[in-house]
Design a protein around this ligand. Structure first.
Ligand code: NAD
Length: 264
């Protein structure tokens, strides 16, 4: 029902286009009554994000590059100016050099290791620091992770290491912010064809593999991730924090290739 998120306002970071997981989440939250602010990373994405914000009946609070703390501060100052307080933040941001999302993890450079960790892991903490100040009555923070944090997945490499640290950050942030009524969770999404995913080597093969071997025998959509996010962000998830919730057609419970899986 619309009542689920009625009167709730929040920030969603990571919409690049209408295939972004952040967009699936934005649509689900908006459908249930939330008012949403979006940020965009750089001018190239501005013209994509502005019409999407309009479609949501939401606002664009401006450019935010998480490697630039000044731009993060500007976003939260603007939210404070416009709304005073917020109820949720969705963090759907990650980056690593494409050249290191293929081949062997052991070749990772120090430079890209730091960059990947800063953008894909530390940024959640940087955002939580600012969000806490705008959530005096509590709130919900959600990030996106992947199974490559738990198990070795081909080509995921340094991003898997960053996601493992991100998942640990979810638990530490949940412990720190829980007494203030702020919940921190992650959705571990199955593979979805997005802009970011196109940087990962053999991604089509990974999609097929998941489709053939996940218990539900299909990959997940951004709408399915959006609905699970709705549960975690809304009052339905009020008893849940520090959780890594898999939305992956059950792939993470499987230990072997399915007997009916075709050769790919
Ligand atoms: P996407 O390309 O649509 O979104 C990635 C977003 O990260 C973009 O909006 C981009 O602007 C933003 N970003 C990158 N560097 C940034 C920076 N320095 N500052 C601010 N923003 C920055 O791809 P997506 O797949 O929707 O990714 C969203 C999240 O979901 C990521 O954390 C990703 O790791 C995670 N995830 C994706 C999959 C998948 O298969 N697509 C699976 C599990 C988890």
């Amino acid at each position: 029902s619309r009542a689920l998120m009625a009167g709730k306002r929040g920030l969603i970071m990571g919409v690049a286009n209408n295939r972004s997981i952040a967009w699936g989440i934005a649509k689900a939250l908006q459908t249930h009554g939330a008012t949403i602010a979006l940020t965009y990373q750089g001018d190239a994405l501005r013209k994509r994000v502005e019409p999407l914000a309009e479609e949501l009946g939401g606002i664009v609070v401006g450019h935010c590059d998480v490697t630039d703390e000044v731009s993060i501060d500007a976003v939260f100052s603007e939210l404070e100016r416009q709304w005073g307080t917020i109820d949720f933040v969705v963090h759907a941001v990650a980056f690593s050099d494409k050249g290191e999302l293929t081949g062997r993890y052991v070749e990772t450079s120090a430079d890209n290791f730091s960059k990947t960790m800063l953008i894909s892991c530390y940024s959640l903490t940087a955002v939580a620091q600012r969000a806490e100040k705008l959530m005096p009555e509590g709130g919900s923070i959600l990030t996106l992770t992947y199974y490559g944090a738990e198990k070795v997945m081909p080509h995921y490499n340094v991003m898997g290491v960053a996601k493992a640290a991100l998942e640990a950050s979810v638990r530490y942030l949940a412990a720190d912010l829980g007494p203030s009524g702020i919940r921190v969770n992650a959705v571990s999404a199955g593979p979805i064809k997005t802009l970011a995913a196109s940087g990962i080597g053999d991604f089509r093969y990974i999609l097929k593999w998941n489709e053939y071997n996940a218990p539900l025998r299909k990959t997940v959509s951004i709408e399915e991730v959006g609905d699970a996010a709705l549960y975690l962000v809304s009052n339905l998830g009020r008893g849940v924090t520090g959780e890594i919730h898999h939305v992956d057609s059950g792939y993470h419970v499987v230990g072997m290739k399915a007997v009916d899986a075709p050769d790919i």
